[in-house]
Design a protein. Structure first.
Length: 76
């Protein structure tokens, strides 16, 4: 999955987005933050596994995909 997981035509104001898309964006931001912290050796892989388990079951696969995306982007 590439960086384009949101549909075209969403308003610029994120408050007007449907809850599902705001939740996906928050998971993507968390994935980016976790991978950056992992790269900078501020956290261990176990923390990433805990965060995957904490994500809603319906979005765990998406969260894993975003973690892998950011891992590739940041070359971890």
């Amino acid at each position: 999955m590439s960086g384009n997981y949101l549909p075209d035509g969403l308003p610029h104001n994120r408050a007007l987005w449907p809850d599902e898309y705001r939740e996906l964006e928050q998971l993507d931001l968390l994935a980016s933050r976790l991978i950056r912290q992992l790269k900078n050796r501020k956290i261990y892989r176990e923390r990433v596994l805990v965060e995957i388990e904490k994500a809603p079951v319906v979005h765990q696969e998406f969260f894993r995909d975003r973690l892998n995306h950011w891992r590739g982007v940041m070359k971890v």
